[in-house]
Ligand binder design. Structure first.
Ligand code: HEC
Ligand code: HEC
Ligand code: HEC
Length: 126
């Protein structure tokens, strides 16, 4: 069990390092090719800090899904001390209301395709 945790942590760290050029570039507003994204309707800040969100939002969403679907937990205690309902549509898209001009604009730039919208509602459509 301990071995396994070690392997998973190691693998996670490895993948993170492997992806470094991607999220480093995406995190840097200095990159001239980076598309302009629609800002959040609530400017107070993201669930976690922006650098972490750029690099890890997919992991956070995965954790949220597991917590809700498998463990029946609905609230996420953020590092800031705030609590967020773990909901893709209700929480993420409550602030980033335009999935096309936010999520998908960046994914197109990063050549990422997500399938979430076939089930989850994107407020301003796709
Ligand atoms: C309370 C409002 C709020 C919520 C809820 C929220 N965000 Fe954010 N998010 C922001 C703000 C503010 C920023 C900083 C950039 C901006 O103004 O859009 C941001 C930044 C980001 C970034 C980096 C964007 C960039 O310009 O580099 C990603 C990715 C992101 N959020 C994804 C998510 C995801 C996924 C969720 C749900 C798990 C979520 N956000 C929930 C407000 C929010
Ligand atoms: C600033 C750029 C950026 C923004 C904004 C952004 N993403 Fe991403 N997203 C990425 C990148 C890059 C990846 C691939 C990361 C990797 O493979 O290391 C990704 C991956 C994902 C994945 C995992 C896809 C897979 O098949 O592995 C999901 C799910 C996802 N994003 C959801 C969202 C949602 C929902 C939003 C809007 C609320 C969003 N993203 C906004 C850049 C972004
Ligand atoms: C085949 C349909 C389907 C697809 C595709 C899908 N989901 Fe879900 N997802 C569900 C259902 C059903 C629930 C349970 C809803 C509940 O209990 O509130 C859920 C719950 C969730 C939750 C927690 C509750 C909520 O309402 O947000 C998150 C977070 C989530 N999914 C993220 C994702 C992400 C990210 C993707 C894309 C990588 C994705 N899902 C793709 C059907 C889907």
């Amino acid at each position: 069990m301990r071995d396994r945790t070690g392997i998973i942590l190691g693998l996670g760290a490895f993948l993170l390092i492997l992806a470094y050029p991607v999220w480093q570039a995406l995190g840097s507003t200095a990159d001239p090719a980076r598309p302009a994204l629609q800002r959040s309707v609530d400017p107070s800040g993201c669930v976690e800090d922006t650098t972490y969100m750029v690099a890890r939002h997919q992991d956070l969403l995965n954790t949220w899904r597991t917590d809700v679907v498998r463990d029946g937990r609905r609230f996420y205690p953020a590092t800031s001390g705030k609590e967020y309902e773990m909901s893709l549509t209700g929480t993420c898209m409550g602030c980033h209301t335009d999935s096309q001009a936010f999520c998908e604009r960046c994914h197109a730039y990063a050549d990422v395709t997500i399938t979430c919208w076939s089930c989850h509602v994107a407020p301003e459509g796709l």
